[in-house]
Design a protein around this ligand. Structure first.
Ligand code: FES
Ligand SMILES: [Fe+2]
Length: 460
């Protein structure tokens, strides 16, 4: 077993799926019809990662988040729990709030001032005597199923869906181990991008593009994992472990140099880089042992929950359907693709980073290099959310590299000269992602059909 192979104890349950029948035609990225079937059969049926509980610390604090044509209000209750509602007034359908976040004692509709408590109940109606019956007796905001896990707020528009834990499958325990619930947000960027949301998730589902699109990553990450060392789950999620603290043998051969990023990491854990010049491949194990020994006393109590591989290696997850989540020992990078309200060829791309910093230190660790970014956040150091058109400002080297490819690929999807992709074995996750979308949509269709049949039978 080579240094970067995953021990059986850290493997996911075996999952085999036939991917020979997957067809990823260009219309999936272009057509209004497919876009509508995704909304009806998928987005409204699965758990969606939407907000962050720590950003709503007090009762009345809320976040309003858009996805496709919907806007969802998530709001902290007096009881401490978070509940979610469609952001729509029950009088004549105005949006209730256009703010991205805020704090209210009541939501007051901007149109005719109907007032709702944060638990969704309608409590005040202008000229109430003018209504045949008091709307407060029958109307309230329409609630959406909500759960909080790993500090994120998840919603599901399907009242009959499985639990979030069932939906997350093998991700549940692995994410919980980092105890990321209170990690503050230290990067919050959202770009409007001219491509279908799946183009970007496709990209996150394969590492075939790493040597060409992100050549700089090979300095600090071994890259041979990209051929096979990923796992897929029946829930539609994938995991790929990117060994960190390891110079690339593929790049440098069996005697690689000790890159500067690795030297810095060694020093941070009181190890002398000079001791590893002759055997740089020993650095990763030594860092794991040192993190295990020194981490808790330096304030990283959660290291005790983590597998050795979680200490040094980026755990990159494709969360079905629309997130790419990369955990490092002290940080999580969340990249989320949200469909546009009406246009299949546009999406929103969120690039958010949450980083843990012990109280005694400043700055957070970059997820790719694991180097401390001084001045970025720190405990309680929340950053402002910025929204812009892709290209107007940099989002960081890696997302800039990925998104420039994505917009170019969308242009290619429109060409009469392209029919469908030819996938390598290492692109299996792309095929599984699309197959899982189809399975989800077809399941929703058959559920609708059997419901209709039951309704017809009960009428007869
Ligand atoms: S639409 Fe909200 S009060 Fe009239
Ligand atoms: Fe990439």
């Amino acid at each position: 077993m080579t240094a970067w192979q995953v021990e059986p104890s850290h493997q996911w349950p075996q999952f085999d799926v036939d991917l020979t029948d997957v067809s990823i035609t260009a219309d999936r990225y272009l057509s209004a019809e497919f876009f509508a079937s995704e909304w009806e059969g998928m987005w409204t049926k699965v758990w969606l990662l939407m907000g962050r509980a720590a950003q709503m610390p007090e009762p009345g604090d809320y976040q309003a988040e858009e996805i496709g044509p919907e806007s969802v209000i998530m709001v902290r209750q007096q009881s401490g729990e978070i509940r979610s509602f469609y952001n729509v007034c029950q009088h004549r359908g105005s949006r209730l709030t256009f703010a991205e976040e805020g704090s209210v004692s009541r939501f007051v509709c901007p149109y005719h001032s109907w007032e709702y408590e944060t638990d969704g109940s309608l409590v005040k109606v202008q000229d109430v005597e003018d209504f045949a019956e008091d709307p407060c007796a029958t109307k309230r905001l329409v609630e959406i199923r909500t759960e909080v896990f790993a500090g994120f707020v998840w919603i599901n528009m399907n009242p009959e869906a499985e639990t979030l834990q069932e939906f997350l499958g093998p991700l549940w325990n692995e994410w919980a181990a980092y105890e990321p619930d209170d990690w503050p947000r230290v990067t919050a960027l959202t770009a409007r991008v001219d491509c279908n949301w799946k183009i970007i998730q496709d990209n996150f589902c394969e590492s075939y593009h790493l040597p060409s699109v992100h050549p700089q990553l090979m300095e600090s990450h071994e890259e041979s994992y990209r051929y096979s060392d990923f796992q897929m789950s029946q829930q539609g999620h994938n995991r790929m472990i990117m060994p960190g603290a390891t110079p690339s043998i593929t790049q440098y051969g069996e005697s690689p140099p000790l890159p500067e990023v690795l030297q810095e990491r060694l020093r941070r854990w009181d190890l002398d880089p000079a001791d590893f010049v002759d055997d740089p491949l020993a650095a990763r194990r030594a860092i794991q042992q040192q993190m295990r020994a020194l981490g808790p006393e330096r304030g990283h109590a959660h290291y005790d929950n983590l597998h050795d591989l979680q200490l040094t290696d980026s755990h990159h997850y494709n969360l079905f359907p629309n997130c790419s989540v990369t955990f490092a020992a002290d940080g999580v990078l969340l990249q989320r693709m949200r469909p546009h309200a009406t246009d299949p060829q546009k999406c929103l791309f969120d690039h958010w980073y949450y980083g843990f910093t012990p109280a005694s230190e400043k700055g957070v660790l970059d997820v790719a290099t694991n180097i401390r970014i001084d001045g970025a956040g720190g405990p309680g150091g929340e950053v402002e959310h910025e929204v812009f058109d892709f290209g107007d400002r940099s989002m960081g080297l890696i997302p800039d590299q990925d998104l420039s490819i994505a917009t170019g690929q969308q242009l290619g999807m429109r060409s009469r000269g392209f029919t469908e992709p030819v996938l390598a074995g290492q692109e299996d996750r792309v095929a599984w992602f699309h197959k899982k979308i189809d399975i989800t949509i077809n399941q929703a269709k058959s559920n609708r059909a059997s419901k209709n049949n039951r309704a017809i039978r009960s009428e007869n």
